[in-house]
Design a protein around this ligand. Sequence first.
Ligand code: G
Ligand code: G
Ligand code: MN
Ligand code: NA
Length: 255
Amino acid sequence: MRVENDLRRAIERKEFQLYYQPILSLASNRITGFEALIRWQHPERGLMAPAEFISIAEETGLITPMGQWALREACSKLSQWQRHGLGSVPLTVNLNLSGKEFTPALLQQIKELLQEMDIAPGTLRLEITESTIMGEPESSAFLLHQLKAMGIGLQIDDFGTGYSSLSYLHQFPIDALKIDRSFVSMMSIDRENLEIIKTIVNLAHNLGMDVIAEGVEKPEELRILKQLGCEYAQGFLISRPIEADSVATLIGREA
Ligand code: G
Ligand code: G
Ligand code: MN
Ligand code: NA
């Protein structure tokens, strides 16, 4: 298949790039971190979004070398930004993981990267979905506890869209829930979506977790999220994903 062959070549030729979307702390009104989002600079098709190639990468197993590249790249940038003292607190970076990447091999890779690079504890964060965790709750619990012990932050991505067993949720060492943007985009229009957000915020706080709202596009949404006690926000209102080289400029300007 065409895309599959192109993907193999993309890994060899390093055609991938990480973009970084700022995450705003609502308490300090400062950008304290970024979510890394992979893009593929395809020689003929131009810049491709993950929706166009992640599932093919998963089916072909190419997600493994691609994910290894993304993890190393994100750690390297995080370490560099921290060394340069960017930001008022040590900057954080979130990385998305597919279910296929959530394996014991990941532990070894992260262990090696942490030995090799200087990264402040707790500042590398992994985003996993509910379905990744709940598919195999026992082995997930093991992996999550090992990662936690290594000082990795753990967040549930797209929270509210998958199937989450609430009886399991509190048994996992999760630090934060990311509210899916489908709820955020409807919350100022529709009472029920606002109630869903309130419920997620309360659930997270009762379990000692932080909340990050995704897809914030309107000032009204940001105002409500602050009022609800949500800790962080991310979305086009704050910034679109930017290239790594723009991170220093953005944070330097902010400081
Ligand atoms: O940037 P964009 O909104 O197109 O990203 C869509 C989704 O693709 C993200 O929500 C995330 O789940 C997934 N994604 C982005 N970057 C990565 C990555 O580096 N690895 C994996 N496994 N998924 C990613
Ligand atoms: O699956 P995940 O939630 O990690 O994907 C994040 C994706 O959402 C990224 O691809 C990013 O480009 C996109 N995104 C980020 N902020 C906004 C926003 O405010 N509005 C919309 N429509 N998409 C956003
Ligand atoms: Mn994400
Ligand atoms: Na998400």
